[in-house]
Write a protein that binds this ligand. Structure first.
Ligand code: ZN
Length: 375
């Protein structure tokens, strides 16, 4: 194959991809509309959409009103032509999300299942996954694979979970997990997965930091369409940045880490382990919870200011605590502004869009996205 041929193939592939993504983002479109928006010729667009229709990735949904000439066909993505499952593993729970080519959450399920380092655990996860697919009547032939979100350092090059303090896992090869499932698996760190869901959803999100405030704290840096992984796949692990030297003990065996002050557990442990209960009582004006919340947000503001000083970008608050934060955002922003050397404007602190299932969804979107890249 000569150079010119390769280039032509690449151009065609890019065009197909560009058109498919455009249709995924718009409900119903016509060939002339796509040609106008993508600046491609009408014959090129028509040829490509014909191929995508033949592949079953698009469907005709009727025709647009005539504007003089022939009525243009109405085209839409066949969103459910391919689906993916996201699986979020945490110390005590397991969550599943089923998504499709447009990234909808078609189904979400969370259950209690404490992690144990044994084959039995993964046999059980697989059984529950198959049960989940049965319950929702999923067509397994459409399933691209499963995305697995793991709370630990996930090395995508060596294909191992290097370390998960919270699960007591070290150097776990992806293959030793994926062998329990009947579908191809892709792995992602939990905070990265949450960030991925937030970032892929929004066209405007060029750069942001995602702070995952769950029972452990994680973070991820989303930069122009992708995740920054860092040299050792530890980018964004702000749960272990020191907030108070020699302070409270952290589960990582050091002292004074952010995790020891701002994990969801700091709040839930005062409310019988129930985070929802903590926020209920806080809303009812309980003084003790108010004091606890003041302390929590003061430490959180230190972390937010520090992250912002390094990255100078929006910070999205996610994880279990993130899903309750909307009513308290202005208070948190106020505390961050007090620390900021350069500005009083702390609108860069934002609440997450996905309040439930973000990590599972992000892991699933990692699967659908790798398919869309190849369209
Ligand atoms: Zn720590």
């Amino acid at each position: 194959m000569d150079k010119k041929q390769i280039t032509n193939i690449e151009v065609k592939k890019n065009n197909r991809n560009h058109i498919f993504r455009y249709i995924c983002k718009h409900e119903t479109v016509s060939n002339p509309e796509i040609a106008y928006a993508t600046k491609m010729s009408l014959p090129t667009v028509t040829q490509i959409t014909k191929e995508l229709l033949a592949q079953g990735l698009l469907k005709e949904t009727g025709a647009f009103e005539s504007t003089g000439g022939r009525r243009a066909k109405a085209l839409a993505v066949d969103a459910d032509a391919r689906q993916a499952v996201g699986l979020d593993i945490t110390r005590n729970h397991l969550s599943f999300v089923l998504t499709n080519l447009t990234g909808e959450i078609l189904r979400y399920k969370r259950m209690y299942l404490p992690y144990i380092t044994a084959d039995d655990y993964y046999h059980e996860v697989n059984a529950r996954l198959e049960q989940f697919l049965d319950e929702i009547g999923a067509d397994r032939g459409r399933l691209l694979g499963i995305g697995i979100s793991f709370p630990g350092i996930v090395d995508l090059e060596k294909e191992i979970i290097v370390d998960s303090h919270i699960l007591g896992v070290k150097d776990l090869p992806f293959a030793s997990v994926s062998r329990f499932f009947s579908y191809p698996c892709r792995f992602l760190n939990d905070a990265n997965a949450g960030a991925y869901a937030e970032g892929i959803r929004s066209e405007g999100a060029g750069r942001f930091f995602y702070l995952s405030l769950s029972n452990t704290i994680g973070g991820a840096f989303f930069n122009h369409g992708g995740l920054e992984q860092g040299t050792h796949f530890r980018c964004g692990e702000v749960g272990h940045m020191t907030i108070i030297p020699g302070g409270e003990p952290c589960y990582c065996k050091k002292r004074g880490c952010l995790d020891a002050y701002c994990s969801a557990r700091r709040l839930s442990e005062t409310a019988d382990g129930k985070l929802e209960e903590f926020f209920n009582r806080l809303r009812q004006g309980n003084e003790e919870y108010g004091t606890q919340w003041e302390k929590y947000t003061a430490y959180l503001a230190v972390a937010l200011n520090n992250i912002h000083m390094v990255l100078d970008c929006d910070i999205i608050l996610g994880g279990y605590v993130g899903s309750y934060l909307e009513p308290y955002l202005s208070d948190i922003r106020g505390k961050v502004a007090q620390r900021d050397t350069f500005t009083d404007d702390s609108l860069f602190v934002k609440a997450c869009y996905y309040r439930i299932g973000a990590a599972a969804l992000g892991a699933a979107l990692n699967v659908t996205e790798s398919f869309i890249e190849q369209v």
